[in-house]
Design a protein around this ligand. Sequence first.
Ligand code: BGC
Length: 478
Amino acid sequence: MYTQEMLPFSSVVKRFVTFFVLFLFVVTCVGCASTRKTIVKITPQEFTFPKSFLWGAATSAHQVEGNNTNNDWWEWEQTRPAQERSGQAADEWNRFEEDFKLAQDLGHTAHRFSIEWSRIEPQENQWDSKAIDHYAQVIRSLRLKGMEPIVTLNHFTLPLWLAHQGGWCSQKTPELYARYVEKVTEALGRDVHYWVTFNEPGGYIYKSYLIGEWPPGLKSPDKALVVFKNLLLGHVLAYEKIKSIYAIKGWKEPMIGIAQSVLIFRACSDRSLRDRIAARFRHWMFNHLFIQALINGRAYCMGVFSVHLPKTKTLDFIGLNYYTREFVHHNGFGFPGILGDACTETKELNRRTGKNNFLSWEIYPQGLYTFLKDFSRYRIPLFVSENGIATDDDTERTEFIVAHLKAMVQAMKEGVPVMGYLYWSLLDNYEWAEGFVPRFGLIEVNYTTQKRTVRESARVFEKIIRCKRLWFRKTYSH
Ligand code: BGC
């Protein structure tokens, strides 16, 4: 009985062992296959940057120089009690040597800065040779330190005399701008190869003429359209002027572009067709319209505007200023209602990354990849002309930089021609309507003593610059 009972037991054991071995075999195979699959997916790839790749940071005159008393922003600051004043800012007018030395030590090979029109032409048709000499020294200092100057000719501010005669609403302004550009090019062009005619024309029109947050504080769709046309014309005239001066002087042909602000726009609710239309429209108007107009020499929107420019193809590169993603909901079908309204909460909250900067801007590195791929359709070299984070936590800055560089590198690996990457900003600075509180700098500025302290994130950035290589994973798809 005992023996009889033993036999079935041993066969059960045998069966169990066989089953277990089989089970292990299957699990191992499936496991291996899936591991292999995962390994393929997650294996980091190495990317080596081209030798000519430009690395650095950007600033703008009014935000760092200090005492730009003769422009529309200064006047705006004095007349708005709630507005923090730029005052001495980062005192860059006097400290550029010291700051460029820090940038050089951090391995930077390029630096983007802007020329303050109100210093060059303090009164209509009066030119300040000392101010011109100052910028010549700025450029010389960069060159001596091995940094390529990338010169922005207009970064939001206007001379007071011009603002008082209508600024970009005036039909005369494109010609006046071209005359200022001519002066600057004649004086400084020999040492400059990259020019940015305008910083973020779309953002400027929006803030200054549609929502009235910046000078001249207007909420006028009609004026916004006039400014849009005048900025386009101003760019074309400046482009022609710069090119012709270089040709006459026999200087090497320069590259001229704009710094375009790009924001990812998504519908607040994916289920709402109206929200999706608003997001698409905003995307076209804010991200692409200006660029397309300069490439095609015309811009058209049925019933809203029709612009014809004297020249096509006036962009040698496109600068992208990329920071964040926004959600938009429907606000009517007229203009500007069609652009929708930004909503801070989305109905599908899980779509947000959950990480915001100090100004509550969502941190969304994928957007940089998306835009580089998207803009590659123009077949014009691209430049990341601004990308940065306002934060009091420098670890976040390091993560931000690395994540965005990886997104950029994935696009480059897929063939997108990117000429350089400029972090915003070299220094903490005056963040327009937000004043001095947001800290964007690779270098901290103590505004009481003007002492500079290099942040750790700047060192991490330096390591990447110096090693010219980056490991990344293929994370995003277009
Ligand atoms: C502008 C800078 C600004 C930065 C951060 C860009 O839109 O060009 O002037 O400081 O964004 O807001």
